[in-house]
Each structure stands twice: as C-alpha cells, then as structure tokens.
Design a protein around this ligand. Structure first.
Ligand code: GTP
Ligand code: MG
Length: 452
C-alpha cells in the first residue's frame, strides 16, 4: 500500500532563498535520514526528537552543511515519523538533497500527501485540512483568518456535536427495536422533532455565514458603469491608487473590459472598468459595450458613475433601466467642478460624492462597497463557511432534516425516520471526513501542493 511508503518532498517554493525545507514522513524516515546525514558530535545517529541538529548531508554530487529535526510518531504533522532538513536555499541544493533521500529509500510525495496522511492518522479532520490549504492559497488577510478558524476545528467541532446528537438519537431508536425484551425508555416522536429543530437552527446559522464567506474566498466583483467620459477609468485609478487605465477627455477611450484587484480591510475586491455605455458606431467600442452589459450579471456591486456637473441625460437613464438598485452605488464624480446634479426624484439608496481627479471621497466609497457585501459580525466571528463543498453538504443535511420532520408529522414510525437520520449523519460527515468517502478525500487532497 502507498500509505506504508516513506515519502519525501521539497516543502518550500523552488527557487533561490535563505533556506529550503525538505520533509520526509513515514516509518523509515529516521532510518533514511541516517544514511545521508551525520549530525556533528553525535555518534551513530543517536538523536532525540524535536531537537535541531547541525550536520553534514551527503548528496550524490555534493556535501551540504544543514540542520535536521526529527519528530517522533505520533507527535508530528502527519502523525508518522517525520524528519525535516533545513538546507541552504537554492534549486540545486534542495533538488540534490531530495534526490539523495529518494536514493536512500523514500518515494516522491504526491500533492497534499503529507496533509492526507495527517487526516488518515486522525491529526486533522477533512475541513481542518482544507483550512490548511485555504491559508496557504489565501490572497487576503480575511481568507487567512477563515482558513485558520477551519484549521483550529471551529467548524468540525460544531459538526461533530450535531453528529453526536444524531448518534444518540439513532441509538435510542434502534435499541428499542433490537432489544424489545429489555425495558428501555422509548424515544418519542416529539423529542426527536425537538432535537431536529435544534439541529436545523444550528445548521441554518452556519449556512447564513456563507454569503460573506463566499466573498472572502472569491473576492467581491465591483463593476464600474456609466456613459462615456464621466470618469470611470479615473475612478478605477483613484481606487487602485495608481494609473492603471488610460484616461483622456475623448469619449470612448476605454473599449475593453479592464480588471484589477485591490484589498480593503483584508477583503479582496475585483474591480472592473468598462467601455462607456452608449450606442456606439465603432465596431470595437460596440463589442466593449456589449461586454460591459454582460458583466452586470456577475457583479456583486455596481458603481454607476454620473457627472455631478450636469443633469441626467438619456444615456444615463438608459443604464438605470438595466441595473438593480439593490446592489448599486451611485457615484457622483467631478464634484471638484461643481455639484448641480439633482437626484432627489430617483430615491437611490447609496450615493457617494467623489472627485476621482483629487481622490476626494474615494475612502468613503471603498467603505460603502465593503459594507454592501460584508457582514461585520460574520467576518469577525470565529466561524464562517467559505467553502462551497461545506455549503453543499450543509444544504444536503438540511434537506434530510426536512425529510425527517415531514416523516414524523405524517406519522411515519421512528424506525423508518431513522434511515433519514443516518443519511443526515452521513451528509454532515462529508464535511469532516467522518463518513469514509474515499472519492471526496482523494479529490480534496489532489488540490494541494507537493510538500504539504
Ligand atoms: N475635474 C475632474 N475631471 C475628471 C474627474 N474624473 C475624470 N475627469 C476627467 O474626465 C475625462 C474623462 O475621464 P475618464 O476617466 O477617461 O472617463 P471614462 O468614463 O473612463 O471615459 P470612457 O472610457 O471614454 O467611457 C478626463 O479628461 C478626466 O481627466 C474629476 O473627478 N474631476
Ligand atoms: Mg474609460
């Protein structure tokens, strides 16, 4: 079996740097290390766990002076014997060290194999392992925090609690069926329903965090719209704080979609500048306008840019017809030139006055965008679902809660309801991996990087 082999990989990015870490895990880790490494002043590889040793590493083509540490099973990341080498950074050194370890009996680790072993050995649940991956791949601070909360077991703890309640329920129902001769207290339909309602409310509360969670994970899509020349590209530049887009006084300067990201309060935003919306004659501009309209379907927030020095024109009003007030922020631009635009008849919910030229009002605009997509209570809480796989599993579990409650209300006997209680238990187990579904497990770890 592959799991019995001792694996090795370079755990740091390949390239030039101060140090590189090469990790070995498995029964033979220490033995393999002893063939290639000799610690200074230590006889016969008589080493202690969790101590750093300086020594000589013998690669095929060179020797390297480096550090080594041994973690004795089960007190390691993978739960197996682990040896880590900290050698000088540099592609050739790290590769040479890895090759020597392979020659000494290790096999090359697959993507995520160290973490997979940690899961198999009960060091991490599946969602905790995903937390590790989320932290590594994070593009914003809020993503790191969400990953850390997963890794800490904040979700798996909740899920385990629900599973434990279910286990007790199922056991209580089945014990009466299996041992009718004993005088066990019978589980009533009402008690079962009460427990199920508690489970439903707990799962719904977790599910409620997933909107903010999805924004944290994927970033929020912010689309800048408006007729030509109102200052859309200038606004993009002002928000990004550098000149990314071309700005001129010629109408129709931007013709294609332009996308850039920025981070605000630890959240990633994907900002899109578009071609000014008008009935364009020019073939290229026409396509740009179509693209801008299409992007509306994917936007979380729309910034409708208007010129504050004029009244609304037919071109502005046309745009109003195909956007939704719910997720639109009206941006009155060019306020440095005046503010005669009267919007009192339009009842917009969110209006921010800016001058893209002087960068006035830009901070307030960023805050307004943030408030529109982020629930502060959720983002600051220690449990937020960011992973679609978890969302789907919770939804599936909630459907089984419905099935169970409907069954009870229709007078179905508890032994039959118990089948859906088990399905509910299994659906929740998909989150933590406490259901032995090998396919899901393989899928998850294949997305990891080698060396983790
Ligand atoms: N005074 C002033 N001028 C501005 C402001 N914002 C933009 N402009 C000017 O307005 C003109 C058009 O700016 P752009 O940012 O290119 O406008 P746009 O909406 O991207 O235009 P298209 O790409 O053609 O649709 C330029 O001359 C800018 O310098 C502002 O806040 N104040
Ligand atoms: Mg432009």
């Amino acid at each position: 079996m592959e799991e019995n082999k001792t694996i090795a990989a370079i755990s740091t990015p390949v390239g030039v740097g101060g140090i590189s870490v090469i990790r070995v895990s498995g029964k033979e880790a220490k033995n393999i290390a002893s063939k290639v490494f000799s610690a200074f002043n230590v006889k016969e590889f008589n080493i202690e766990p969790r101590k750093m040793y300086l020594g000589d590493f013998k690669a095929e083509q060179f020797n390297e002076k480096c550090m080594m540490v041994w973690f004795k099973a089960p007190n390691s990341y993978t739960g197996e014997d682990v040896v880590e080498f900290q050698c000088h950074g540099g592609t050739v050194i790290a590769k040479g060290v890895l090759d020597a370890l392979i020659n000494a009996g290790a096999v090359l680790a697959g993507p995520g194999e160290f973490t997979k072993r940690a899961f198999i050995n009960g060091k991490l649940t599946l969602d905790e392992a995903e937390g590790v991956m989320d932290m590594i791949n994070a593009e914003s601070e809020s993503e790191v925090r969400a990953g850390y909360n997963l890794l800490k077991g904040n979700l798996s703890k909740e899920i385990n609690e629900v599973q434990n309640t279910l286990t007790k329920l199922i056991a209580k129902i089945e014990v009466v069926l299996d041992y009718p001769e004993h005088d066990y207290e019978e589980q009533t339909a009402e008690e079962t329903e009460t427990s199920l309602e508690e489970i439903r409310s707990k799962l719904n509360n977790i599910l409620k965090t997933s909107n903010t969670g999805a924004i944290v994970k994927n970033g929020s899509k912010v689309l800048i719209l408006g007729k030509p020349n109102v200052g859309k590209s200038s606004l993009l530049n002002a928000i990004l704080n550098y000149d990314r887009a071309i700005v001129t006084s010629i109408k129709g300067t931007t013709r294609d979609i332009l996308e850039e990201t920025y981070t605000y309060k630890g959240v990633k935003f994907i900002l899109t500048d578009t071609a000014g919306l008008r009935d364009a004659e020019d073939e290229v501009e026409k396509i740009g306008v179509e693209k801008a309209k299409e992007a509306i379907n994917y936007a979380d927030v729309i910034l409708l840019v208007l010129d504050s020095t004029n009244q609304l024109e037919p071109e502005d009003k046309e745009i109003l017809d195909f956007i939704d007030d719910k997720n639109t922020i009206v941006v009155k631009n060019k306020t440095d030139l005046g503010n005669t635009l009267d919007l009192s008849n339009f009842h917009f919910k969110h209006i921010v006055e800016v001058s893209a030229l002087n960068k006035r009002g830009v901070e307030e605009l960023k805050q307004t965008i943030y408030n529109m997509v982020i629930d502060e209570n959720i983002i600051n809480s220690n449990l937020m679902v960011t992973n679609m796989r978890h969302v789907e599993a919770i939804k599936k579990a909630l459907n089984y809660v419905d099935d169970c409650v409907n069954g009870i209300n229709l007078g179905v006997t508890l032994d039959v309801v118990s089948i859906d209680l088990k399905n509910l238990w299994l659906a929740l187990g998909e989150i933590t991996g406490n259901n032995n579904n090998e396919e899901i497990i393989n899928e998850i770890f294949s997305g990891f990087c080698v060396g983790k």
